[in-house]
Design a protein around this ligand. Sequence first.
Ligand code: GCB
Length: 609
Amino acid sequence: ALQGGMLSPTESPSREVKDVSGLWSFRADLSPERNRGFEQEWYKSPLAETGPVIDMPVPSSYNDITQDAKIRDFIGWVWYEKDVWVPARWIQDRGTRIVLRVGSAHYYSVLWVNGVSVTEHVGGHLPFEADISDVLRQTSGSVCRITIAVNNTLTLETLPPGTIQYMNDRTRYPAGYFVQNTNFDFFNYAGIHRSVLLYTTPKAHIDDITVETSFSDNIGLVSYNVSVLGSSKPAVKVTLSAQDGRCVASANGSRGVLKVTDVNLWWPYLMHENPAYLYSMEVQATAEDGQTDVYTLPVGIRTIKVTSTQFLINNKPFYFHGVNKHEDADIRGKGFDWPLVVKDFNLMKWMGVNSFRTSHYPYAEEVLQMADRHGIVIIDECPGVGIKDIRSFGNVSLAHHLTVMEELVRRDKNHPSVVMWSVANEPASEMQPAGFYFKALVSRTKSLDSSRPVTYITDSNYARDLGAPYVDVICVNSYFSWYHDPGHTEIIDLQLNTQFDNWYGKYQKPIIQSEYGADAVPGLHTDPPMMFTEEYQKTVLQNYHNVFDQKRKEFVIGELIWNFADFMTAQTITRVVGNKKGIFTRQRQPKPGAFLLRERYWRIANETG
Ligand code: GCB
């Protein structure tokens, strides 16, 4: 089990945050074994002393920043370094705890401060941190040299999995030639993808907070649990305030239940005239020495329930009309970017999108915070995409997958916008070990969080899928008239009806169409429609929608288009500079499919209200 909490770093009277993103020094280890950096101990001295460095922005993927194809397609260790100034008062005040936190770095990371190794992390999409107070106080003064080595190699035991294939035919490939294979199509962007922060807390500090909410009649209930580290008998005080600042409930003690009369529930927007209501929960922990740590957590009070035909938010049926996204954009790749995040939310609200899936990995915390505030519902997906090789169902893989779910739940458990966990996308769930694997994964996730349903996204045959018995909601991807029967949109009606009836007939669980769509290269037109034109994408969507409209009255509880926007992929013969199934281009300009969905989503919103 994981140790400790992962509260999102925020400032408070007792905490400071210093963002050390910006320009870093960078070098890719191009040596044949990709191991020169470790052999020569590049972390021991400034990176520029061991060879040439280039400028690299953080956060950003490094792949598309330079003109060098070797860096775009690089596989192996890259090295980042930055000198930052730590305020002298942080160092001098021994009661201050100084933490270094990386929002995410893809995939495997090793962290040094002033040449001293402080932590390592496996996994490309979740934060990691280290208490660096002692290292800073023992090493040189206030300058702090941060070195981060990041390796994007994917193996059978990483999430997502991949394989490195050595090409041994010397008549066709030079010595040592290898490629990275994966079972997913999005480009394996790498580097430091989210902010790097230094932050402080008092030595005795609030390590974690867990809230679970419910209500009965007009009384809201917030059960909370606070863990404090560095003090054996902290005095914990919790205060819940409404949006106008009024205190609505308070309690003493590290766990308890707050009662809120005349509660304002957290509702998805479009479902209520006062959506996304957030209370603010201030937690104060005072240690024996009188020092107080303060942390404020936004809290949305709402419930989730699943029946055999419905998904209920606050006991009202919710229909997912939304999108699948990617963290993906020109130049920055998967690097966090506020303009992009805000633009995407504006586009989603323009379209009447009420939900999205974080396909195919956990997104930045800022995205979840936006969704909390705007009332957009999230299916929170872990990076378990493309588990297709039987060797990736082994014990080592499962153990890592369980750890990733722990890290994900630990980070995201308090977001009202998150209504369901997705533990995987399109695994080979008909393979024999999949039954045991998904049973273990779903039950562990439920033991970590009993308040949310769990699913994974399947594209396998309903009769042979071995994981479906364990999920709460069936999520199905299908690409009729695209990967099957290309060009034949007239078969969608029959095949999609059959798909839904088969799954429902076998499991009596509500179903989300978690992906459907077609590539449209912007500017390509034909009538009658042909594959890859804007007209064809629209026709595929319309044919799917006709079936959704019949089944929505029964047990289909949602539709998520693949994809919100075009995104970069590995180079293959089926992708024309990326996957073009976006209803927006990669630059976020609408294709005709976006207008079609906009009309549809607003119509559904008005009908279901
Ligand atoms: C899928 C995958 C998604 C792909 C999509 C496609 O089933 O889940 O990651 O991008 O199909 O366009 O092939």
